[in-house]
Design a protein around this ligand. Structure first.
Ligand code: MG
Length: 453
């Protein structure tokens, strides 16, 4: 089986099962994955989908699989991934969830993600267990009169209220913020504009209807896809611009001047806020995050704990060490009091709370976050074991949590073979361009030397 995102011969990648719909990820596969979940978890299973064209097909098949094992299923229809996760977490009789989404991937993709009873994504180990069952096909088959029943429910109100319970609604409402939100025709359309309205904001929504052709922009909320948002924020004289990816578990921001706030900077900003509010505490982030996160957290009296790349790993570590906050440098922010998972709408609400409580504009909040210059490149690499062995010789003092990360006085270097493609990524970061280039050269030379030998 060809599954580029999961890696060669592997079904589950770092973010569930992903691929091109009806080529790599088919209705048969969704049916079987529904059976897998129904066999592993006994009880009600909630299923939701993002706005992709193939989502109905995959959701229906996954539900059929669940019902065949004798479990009842709850169809939540369209929903952001964190809204499904919050529903699973807070509904007492729901034992797990299935999310049909390819997150930020282009429109031809889709995917299936498994959710645990506490709302977290399946861990790597659970994905492996699921994959084994998928291969052995030892599914539970219910007798005819015990086949599961299908119920329908809606998770928007529960999710929006859940967020409102955890932010200072009054403080935000008093400010009557003007906000532009770009849900990118994805699942965020169903919840974020409504939440912002209830927080007393004057809301202008762009790309605001769910559409699997993603006519407004590519679902990945990176700066080059957000020129309309930046423009409208300026035109509308808004206080904040907000954008989500296709399933609204990620959030990024544009300041009142229409400038994109780098994802690492918003992560640092939010981490600092949480450490300040908690009078210290631990913040979890992958080794690929910018040093500006560690600087901001340490400055505020907190501590950064690094993990391997991938949001389930971050969430797992957060639970283990009781972290006050966590996140990735791609707009994936984790607010433990709400959900141990990335949460786009919660991120938007918390940013407004921060602006309201500190009475500052976004540009003023961003200003004190240390600036770094980053270089990211990828090189072909077919022999990852050789690379990792070589890196241990080249950099014996490195941190080997995920690839090799070397910290220098004025920057850092990460050399990380991809888990899904035959490539190695080199990240270098420095206080300025020259330092970043110097550090990058060290990495590039080492990789070339190792792979040549
Ligand atoms: Mg996503």
């Amino acid at each position: 089986m060809r599954n580029r995102i999961g890696g060669v011969g592997k079904l589950f990648g770092t973010d569930g099962v992903r691929g091109i719909a009806n080529e790599e990820i088919t209705s048969e596969m969704a049916l079987e994955l529904g059976k897998v979940m129904g066999t592993l978890k006994r009880g009600k299973i909630a299923v939701a989908m993002d706005s992709r064209i193939s989502s109905h097909m995959l959701k229906s098949a996954a539900i059929a699989g669940v019902l065949s094992t004798g479990n009842n299923a709850i169809d939540l229809g369209f929903a952001p991934t964190p809204a499904l996760q919050y529903y699973v977490k807070t509904s007492k009789d729901v034992v797990s969830g299935i999310m049909i989404t390819a997150s930020h991937n282009p429109k031809e993709y889709n995917g299936i993600k498994f959710i645990q009873e506490d709302g977290r994504e399946f861990t790597r180990k659970m994905d492996e267990e699921s994959e084994e069952l998928f291969k052995s096909k030892k599914y539970i088959v219910a007798p005819w009169n015990e086949v599961g029943q299908l119920f329908e429910d809606n998770c928007y109100r529960l999710y929006i209220d859940g967020i409102k319970e955890k932010v200072d609604v009054e403080a935000i409402q008093k400010r009557n913020f003007k906000v532009v939100v770009d849900c990118g025709n994805g699942a965020g359309c169903f919840t974020t504009p409504q939440l912002l309205k209830e927080l007393g904001c004057k809301v202008l929504s762009i790309n605001a209807h769910p559409d699997g052709n993603f006519p407004g922009r590519n679902p990945e909320p990176v700066e080059e896809n957000l020129s309309l948002l930046k423009h409208v924020v300026k035109l509308y004289n808004a206080d904040l611009g907000i954008a989500h990816d296709g399933d609204a578990d990620r959030v990024v921001f544009v300041d009142e001047k229409g400038r994109f706030v780098s994802e690492d900077v918003s992560l640092a900003l939010m981490a600092k806020y949480y450490v300040e509010e908690n009078n210290g505490g631990k913040v979890v982030t992958p080794v690929s995050s910018s040093k500006c996160v560690e600087d901001a957290v340490t400055d505020a009296g907190g501590e950064v704990v690094y993990t391997a790349v991938g949001s389930p790993v971050v969430a797992e570590k957060m639970v283990e060490i009781n972290a006050v906050f966590g996140g990735e440098g791609n707009g994936g922010l984790v607010f433990p009091e709400h959900l141990h998972a990335r949460d786009g709408a919660m991120g938007a609400a918390k940013m407004l709370e921060l602006m309201a409580k500190q009475n500052k504009r976004v540009s003023e909040l961003v200003e004190p976050i240390p600036k770094y210059y980053t270089i990211k490149e990828k090189l072909p690499c077919r022999d990852k074991i050789k690379l990792l062995e070589g890196l241990k010789d080249e950099f014996p003092d490195a941190n080997f949590i995920d690839g090799a990360r070397m910290d220098y006085e004025d920057g850092w270097l990460l050399i990380r073979p991809s888990g899904t493609e035959p490539i190695v990524r080199i990240f270098a970061e420095g206080k300025d361009k020259e330092t970043a280039e110097k550090i990058f050269e060290i990495g590039l030379k080492a990789v070339k030397r190792i792979l040549r030998n």
